[in-house]
Ligand binder design. Sequence first.
Ligand code: P6P
Length: 339
Amino acid sequence: MTINRKVQTLDEFTLQQLRDFPLATGELSSLLRDIGLAAKRIHVEVNKAGLVDILGDTGSTNVQGEEVKKLDVFANNQMVGVLRHGISCAGIGSEELDDIVVFDDETSNKSKYVCLFDPLDGSSNIDVNVSIGTIFSVFKRVSELGKPAIEADFLQAGSNQVAAGYIIYGSSTMLVYATRRGVNGFTLDQSIGEFTLSHPDMKCPETGKMYSVNHGNFFQYEERVKKYITACQMKDSTNGGPYTQRYIGSMVSDVHRNLIKGGIFMYPGILDKPKGKLRLMYECNPCAFIVEVAGGKATNGQMRILDIVPTKLHQRTAFFTGSLKMMEELEGYLDGTLG
Ligand code: P6P
């Protein structure tokens, strides 16, 4: 078997980034490699979920009041474990945990970063074999190094993120992460058990022909959102031709598809969740960061997601993100200049 030395592994890629930035301490590279390790372990369980007793509910509910699937718990434990025992993370916030977890040991307290994550997004799809994902967000601490991390280290505006990414467990398992230098995608090569660079320097197409929204909530959306969605359906040859509707029910999958093919994803406010369903800190911020670095846009319908100053760890937000031109058209409907 010939070994393709041209393909960089995630570890080689992050080390190369380190060589390119001699002043870097390597902590961020180390943190990303830790997340890659957790992702490989989650991949193994996700891919055998149908075979062992890891499907189904734990019988408990999380802080969101949602049923916690056994894989959710496993994924959360993997993420907490690698970050707690690494050298780069002072603490974490997780969709599955009510409060932040400050690691508070000598090494962790000296670490520069904190990490927030949704360990397994789209978990309602686990039992029906639909793609699911892990989403993560990395902030540089604002508190004094050498002491335990504090809440202010976590509740930062998304524009302060130093890195963000997701792992999508689908037809293949991919890790996509962004720093300000760009977005890069790595596909898990199971023959060597490594994430290998498959999608260098990802760019979100400036426009697209797919819109992604839960039509079941249509009559709950505000009028201007409904006008835009209707416009997506009314496209004809004079304005770009009809759009296709795709909605997977796992945000990571919908965002990933739009990042590659172009498109727009929307989760507007609905009657019982007027501020939207999706969580700002560990779903919308990281996806917004990735999409913006790749050339797209992300708003809550009024303002840039990354400018929202958070007040609560689990706060929700309406979320619109995708190709630049499609987002600008949506904004035209939302501010009344179109439609
Ligand atoms: P709905 C999954 O539970 C999730 O948080 C996102 O991944 C997904 O986009 C959304 O909720 C789906 O929500 O209400 O359309 O089923």
